[in-house]
Structure formats: structure tokens, C-alpha cells
Design a protein. Sequence first.
Lengths: 310, 86
Amino acid sequence: MIGIKNICVHIPETVIDNMAKTAKFNLTADFIEKKIGVVNVPRKHAGQTASDLCVLAYQKLMEEDKSLKPNRIDFLCVCTQNGDFQLPQTSSIVQGKLDLPGNCAVFDIGLGCSGYVYALHIAKNFMQMNGKKLGLLFTSDPYSDIIDPEDKNTALIFGDGATVTLLSENPIFHIGKAVFFTDGKKYNLIIKRKNDYFYMNGRSVFDFVMKRVPQSIEQCLKINQLKIELIDIFLLHQGSKYLVKNLAKRSKLDLEKVPINLRNIGNTVSSSIPILLKNYIKDQNAKTILLSGFGIGLSVASTIIRRVPI
Amino acid sequence: MKSVKKEDIVKILEYALADSEIIVSELDFSIGLDTQGVDSLDRMNIIFQIQDDYGVQISEESLEADEWLTIDKIVESLNKLLKQQG
């Protein structure tokens, strides 16, 4: 069965120091550190694209796994809403840059913060249905291209980054069942209109998340026939420190099981969950993990992954 | 219809501000929460808890009009909203 074999991450080294913006945005250092939780925001170089970040994540994967043969890769998918061009699909550009075989299935998934959970399920089922054996699932959403640097609601939060998840028939994690929720009537609460910057209505998104994500977590446990105490780690989309902590509190999760890594990474949209998950690939204590992504759409998706016994 | 009392709102504040350094019992009911150290995210959380507990929808307009800025105003605005909703 197709599952997760490895994850590699690219986080740009160039960062923007949020603490230097306290006066500009009339915020305290305490607020930035303890509430937003993002001190340094990674920024790609000007001119770098989503596909460039994918390639950098892929290079890390090749460095980590010397036995990986590119000519065996038969599936490639890029989850992004900020692709290189409006047309064509970024995944084709990545396939070309990596010089992968022509019989490789290649497509994009246009989802944001819930994208990784969706993409895992699309990839797993697509690969199994079509006899694909080795896949690359990329997440790459360089929000710095669409953010207004003068907007304190977004400029302090979103970081650039990309991940690649290696999907294989011999996985470390099996992918369980997922639950999905969308409220399309609220599409305009997080939006990027043509010729305008990215906009997010923080308060209404907070309301949506606090109401819908705990329900999604509960339903995910139920559909996978699991009790909350059997979950070793809860990997929640890193919207902001305040959001994750309150979500954990409202969902009655043990805070020690809910990691937050925003400080030097920020909210990397569909990359936030795989960036967190990378830390648990080799951690044998992390046997059952719940993943929950939520945001633009407005959309929520939660799933379980389970470590394959050695 | 149940009317909301200051004690009910204090309970919501105690829950929403549990992780902050704010001591709810020391808050002045008639002064803006923003000037008493309750930041924008905590106020957002308080409004969410009120909506969730009482099944009401608080509009952006009434928030911008400062109708929910003090504990006194929260009690007044919430009772008004509940009355409107029957």
C-alpha cells in the first residue's frame, strides 16, 4: 500500500526580522513572540519560483537517500496556489527541471493550508489505482509574491518554503482515512484578487477554525476508530501560535503533543504540516499521528497516519 | 429569554484569558479592554467565545463601533442582540 517514505524540506536562509517591525506596526515584541509566534520570516530570493523551491527540496531528498533512482519515479504532484505561471501547471516545470521520465503522471493540486492532507489522499489513491510505485508530492507556495509588506495581518505571518514527500510501496507511515469540510460561502475571507494583494479577514477565519477544526479532529478520530489518547502527536497547520494553542485547548488536546515551529519558519501554507512531520519520520515513539490542515476555501481536512511496524 | 449578567461575561473572560497575564478580577468593567492589556487576539477570542456560548453572530460593524469594548458594553450589547434574536 502506498504511504509516506520520507520528507525533505527547503526553507530559504534569508529571513525578515519581525522584531524590527514592532514600531512600524505598533506591536510589542511580546505580542510577536508569544501571540503571533513568528520572529523570523523566511523569504526566497526575488525571481525564485515555486518550482525552484521544489527543486531545492528535491535536492535534499537526493542527498538523504542516495539509493533513490530518479528514473523509477512515476508520479509527481505539486500542491500550490502560487505556481510559476497561470499556465502551464508548475508540476510539468518541476518534471522538466528534474529530468524525470515521460511516463511519470504529473499534475498540480490547487489547494492551500488544507492541501497537504488532500494531496496525500489524492496521491495515494491515484498511485494505487494506476499501479504507480514511487511518487513525489511537493508543496510550494511562495506567499511573499502576493503579500503586501505593509499589511501587518499577513506580512508578519507567512513564510516561504517547500517540501517533498516521497511516496512508496514500502512506506514508514500508512495513510488512514480522512475527513473534509468546506464552507465555500466564506471564500472571500482569504482571497487574492487580480491586481491586488493577498487579503485575510483574521477574525472571521479564527471563528471558522475554532468552530470547524475541533469537529474535524473529532470526526477524524471516529472514522479511524481511534480514541484521542491513542494519538501520539497532533500536527496542526501552523496558522499562528495563538491559533494553534487555542485550537489545542478547545479540542482538549495535550499541549505537549501539539508542536509549534513557527518561530523561524512562519506559516508556510500547505508546507506547514510536512515541515512538522519531517521531525517525526525517525521518531519511533511517534506511531499514530493526526494531521489537520485548514484555511483558504474555507477548507478543513484531517487524517491519520500510522507508523508501519518494523 | 435568559438575560446575561456581568458574572457570565467574567467567566468567558477567565476562560479566554487563562493563558495571558491578565487578572480578570482586576479589570475595570467600564474601561476599554484594549487599554487594560487585553490585546487584539485575546479580544478576538473573547468575541468567538461569546458567539459560541450564546449562539449569536457579532458583526464587524458593531465591533468597529466599539459596542463590545468594555465588559459593561459587552453585557449591554449581548442582551440587546439576544433580545433581537428572540
